[in-house]
Design a protein around this ligand. Structure first.
Ligand SMILES: Nc1ncnc2c1ncn2[C@@H]1O[C@H](COP(=O)(O)OP(=O)(O)OP(=O)(O)O)[C@@H](O)[C@H]1O
Ligand SMILES: [Mg+2]
Ligand SMILES: [Zn+2]
Ligand SMILES: [Zn+2]
Length: 631
């Protein structure tokens, strides 16, 4: 039984990593591994850094986030470099509340969830391990036990930094139970866990009338208060608010700006001094990241209110825009589909791409640059050079478009449209046209959309449609050309012979009649024109081909039809143009003859075997392209 063995392994790992001892033992551990006492932000930062960093084109990519967040590299780089890194070095930013601001379904919650799950995992690993005073409701750092007067020496000897005071509960325990003998106080290794309420908290605002500040800072325990007589006895207080339990890790403050003011005031001193007020106690120290999220409108309302100024200066805002790269948007959809009821449906090639083109376009801002339009921008952002612009121009475009990505269609909308399209049809496969149709119907059903906005969105659907038409034709073209591979080869050889003769200024021999002829200019041009080579550029193109050919020959390699990308494209297009009528007839006839049927079968077999189609969408593709060609 594999599972039982795994279970056994799991238990033995649990045993291995649990640890209990005294404060004295803890100091011995600390001597060897000073990192166990790092503060929450430093631990978060090492967690992210330990997972790995890769630098591509001047942007850092943090592996920690790469399994679930796509296309947000710049934002994440900012988060790590401008928040976590200085916070890890104990600069003041760590006390600020980190406020993620961005449009709906833009990944804010996902980002926080990754940090939470990451901490849970990291605290179980060696590099992320941490310890706490056993029984402390806030699982606080054992170093708090060291009296103020002795800390200076201790820090020097052990090279660690001590910050924070004992919580009221531990303070009492030290005096009453241990009589100040701190070296005997029990310490344990802890594992951060949201479920167990260790080091990870979540605060969600509810009805302001019924919500109690106790949810944040704990409350008087009425069952024991009679016994201990006073509210200021820590034994009569439950330190179980989200701020308490999140000590050592992070607290997520959901919808922070929707929250009642009195809750926000509580964060003032935490976000300044690193401590907060609870019950009848002196300020309580807490070491945690407070991370909140909000949308732009709420944030604007918030900052326009003068009363919020104090809090505002204690907040660090990080904008989380939508992803703007088509290929990353596809990854988001693939991820969401993997988690949804669409999982077992065949998604035809390009279906997610057309959806992504649509949604990315809705997020882009018009550029004022001469010759730039949204379609080009969409392609350029995705790494494709376009007419008049190259990747190096990206930076300028981005600077020009501040706030780009803060509005537009969100990824969840697209997935919801796909699901609802699916529910209504019985099909087991969704093709790009289904996707576009579903998106369009969604716009019709949208109640709050203005006519102007709707037209703008409809226009993006037709852009996506046009892009798809090109992809579809190309795909069918390729598949047909393969079915005619022999012809492609002949055409190719023929072209090469002619180019050779042309460049060397010699005649060419007719293989049948042995007759000497001039190179066939018409044939060569008919191929070159397919990829836009002008009359004046033909000579240098041909020479380039010949140079390539001889360099292959020198290395004893065969120069074949796919050795030169542009030539290959030209040959395919030419062949396709020659075959156009064949394709047109074959794909659109309702009653194909035996020969046509054979070709159709060959082509769709190719689409299925090598291009990810299923019989349904392969068939649909052929029909669609047939209708395009008949226009
Ligand atoms: N850039 C992205 N990369 C990967 N997944 C993303 C991205 N943006 C959104 N998603 C996915 O879209 C879904 C919605 O995102 P999430 O709930 O994190 O958004 P949010 O910003 O918290 O939205 P809300 O403001 O509605 O709370 C999630 O499943 C998330 O994984
Ligand atoms: Mg959210
Ligand atoms: Zn304590
Ligand atoms: Zn299919």
């Amino acid at each position: 039984m594999d599972f039982l063995r795994r279970l056994e392994e799991y238990r033995s790992l649990e045993k291995q990593i649990t640890w209990e001892g005294t404060f004295q033992d803890y100091i011995a551990i600390l001597k060897e591994k000073p990192y166990v006492s790092q503060l929450a932000h430093a631990r978060l930062y090492s967690m992210i850094r330990d997972a790995g960093v890769e630098e591509k084109e001047g942007v850092k990519h943090y592996t920690f986030f790469s399994s679930e967040l796509f296309g947000l590299d710049k934002t994440l780089e900012k988060l790590v470099e401008e928040y976590f890194h200085p916070a890890a070095r104990r600069l003041d930013v760590r006390k600020r509340i980190l406020l993620l601001m961005g449009p709906v379904s833009g990944g804010k919650s996902t980002l926080v969830a990754m940090l939470k799950r990451g901490l849970e995992k990291y605290s179980r690993e060696e590099r992320g391990s941490l310890y706490a005073i056993k029984g402390c409701p806030m699982h606080e750092e054992p170093l708090h036990l060291i009296p103020k007067e002795l800390r200076g020496d201790f820090q020097k000897t052990y090279g660690v930094y001590i910050e924070g005071e004992l919580c009221p509960s531990c303070r009492m325990m030290v005096e009453q139970e241990y009589n100040g003998k701190i070296e005997k106080i029990p310490v344990e290794r802890i594992f951060l866990s949201e479920d167990n309420r260790v080091g990870i908290g979540t605060f969600t605002p509810s009805d302001p009338k019924s919500q109690d500040i106790a949810d944040l800072t704990g409350s008087v325990d009425f069952s024991t208060i009679a016994e201990y007589g006073s509210e200021s006895d820590p034994r009569a207080y439950r330190f179980d608010g989200e701020l308490n339990i999140a000590n050592r890790g992070l607290m997520e403050f959901q919808e922070m700006l929707k929250c009642d003011e009195k809750f926000l005031w509580n964060l003032l001193s935490l976000s300044q001094e690193g401590n907060f007020k609870a019950g009848r106690f002196a300020l309580i120290y807490a070491d945690e990241l407070v991370v909140a999220h909000t949308n732009e409108n709420e944030y604007k309302t918030f900052i326009s209110n003068k009363k919020n100024e104090a809090l505002q200066s204690r907040i660090i805002v990080l904008k989380i825009p939508y992803n703007l790269r088509v290929s990353d948007e596809i990854k988001i959809y693939e991820k969401l589909i993997g988690q949804s009821d669409l999982r077992n449906i065949h998604i035809a090639p390009h279906a997610l791409r057309v959806a992504s083109i649509f949604s990315v376009m809705t997020r882009l801002k018009e550029s004022k640059k001469q010759g730039m339009d949204l379609v080009k921008k969409m392609k350029l952002y995705d790494g494709e050079d376009v007419e008049g612009f190259k990747q190096k121009d990206l930076h300028e475009l981005q600077i020009e478009a501040i706030d780009e990505g803060m509005s537009g269609v969100d990824p969840r909308y697209v997935i919801n449209r796909l699901s609802s399209a699916l529910i209504r049809t019985s099909t087991q496969c969704i093709n790009p046209l289904d996707v576009l149709r579903a998106l369009k119907e969604g716009l019709d059903q949208h109640p709050s959309i203005t006519k102007e906005e709707k037209d703008r969105l409809l226009n993006f659907i037709s852009v996506a449609r046009k892009e798809y038409d090109e992809m579809a034709k190309k795909e069918v073209q390729r598949a047909f050309v393969y079915a005619y591979e022999e012809s492609a080869k002949v055409l190719f050889d023929n072209y090469l012979d002619n180019v050779e003769a042309f460049c060397n200024g010699v005649k060419i021999k007719d293989p049948l009649t042995d007759e000497e002829m001039d190179p066939d200019e018409k044939l060569m041009r008919s191929i070159e024109e397919q990829i836009g080579i002008s009359e004046s550029a033909k000579k240098s193109f041909r020479e380039e081909i010949l140079i390539r050919l001889s360099s292959y020959a020198r290395k004893n390699r065969r120069f074949n039809y796919s050795s030169h990308e542009r030539l290959r494209e030209a040959i395919e297009k030419k062949l396709f143009a020659d075959l156009k009528d064949v394709v047109k007839i074959t794909t659109s006839t309702k009653t194909p003859d035996a020969g046509q049927l054979k070709r159709i079968n060959e082509v769709s077999a190719r689409l299925i075997a090598e291009h990810g189609y299923c019989p349904t969408c392969a068939n649909e593709l052929l029909r669609y392209v047939g209708s395009l060609l008949n226009r």
